[in-house]
Design a protein around this ligand. Structure first.
Ligand code: ATP
Ligand code: MG
Length: 235
């Protein structure tokens, strides 16, 4: 039996039929402002608070201070968990280990990220964003190798990982390079559509290996409670 990792977002756990299989690498795809970062943070803080699991958020897109100040309005945010290193927030672009890693190679980045995660003893990981790393890797071959190898390493470490993927708005793509979704164990797609001049956010679990999950589109709301889902269509 596969152990399922609860996201702690009740409606998401329900459509996942319990949670994300432990060790899975999941692509969390969406265009700007669709809620990728907040969903990933909600997953990490729930893990620490409700399930006593250490989390690490590795950012390549925002400085640490800004990430923390953006978290402040949310009820799931608990500064004590950050102080106690139960949720680690790392801006990797400022990390000497990355700065000293010249020239950038696939193995170099994988070893560095794996060792950061191993040292953190995290069970829940978020990389924000995979797209930023892929952009620095250049070729499709490198990207394929990177995602496959990192997914494998994180699986060995028993980490359940959300890889954030930034895609253009209003498209049907799951990723920029079109290969990330095949290598990941799961794909959760955040989209938006316009209704009477208002942008509505949606979430859909496109795939999750090892789980008989729902593929129904959900309306995603962001409030100070964090992420809340509601069925878009009642079946
Ligand atoms: N306290 C809040 N209450 C309700 N909505 C909020 C709150 N804080 C932020 N938001 C909404 O969340 C959006 C940002 O969500 P988030 O940062 O998770 O998006 P993202 O998909 O990571 O975007 P990007 O691709 O730009 O990083 C804001 O644009 C805003 O609409
Ligand atoms: Mg973001």
């Amino acid at each position: 039996m596969v152990e399922l990792i609860k996201t702690g977002i009740p409606e998401l756990d329900e459509i996942l039929n319990g949670g994300i299989p432990k060790g899975n690498s999941v692509l969390l795809s969406g265009s700007c402002g669709t809620g990728k970062t907040i969903l990933a943070e909600h997953f990490l803080f729930n893990g620490a608070k409700k399930y006593d699991e250490t989390g690490i958020y590795i950012s390549l897109s925002e400085p640490r201070d800004k990430i923390i100040s953006n978290l402040e309005p949310f009820k799931f945010y608990d500064p004590k968990l950050v102080e106690d290193d139960k949720v680690k927030i790392l801006d990797i672009t400022q990390d000497a280990r990355l700065i000293n890693l010249e020239p950038l190679t696939v193995n170099g980045i994988i070893n560095m990220i794996s060792s950061i995660i191993r040292d953190s003893e995290a069970q829940r990981v978020c990389i924000d964003s995979l797209t930023a790393i892929c952009n620095s890797l250049g070729t499709e071959k490198n990207i394929r190798e990177f995602i496959f190898e990192l997914g494998l390493q994180l699986g060995y470490l028993n980490c359940t990982t959300l890889f954030i993927s930034e895609i253009p708005p209003m498209t049907f793509q799951y990723s920029v390079y079109g290969i990330e979704e095949f290598i990941a164990d799961g794909v959760i797609l955040l989209r938006e559509h316009e209704d009477k001049g208002e942008l509505i956010r949606t979430l859909q679990v496109v795939k999750m290996r090892g789980v008989h999950h729902s593929r129904n589109k959900q309306i995603l709301q962001i409030s100070e409670e964090g992420i809340i889902l509601k069925p878009m269509f009642e079946l």
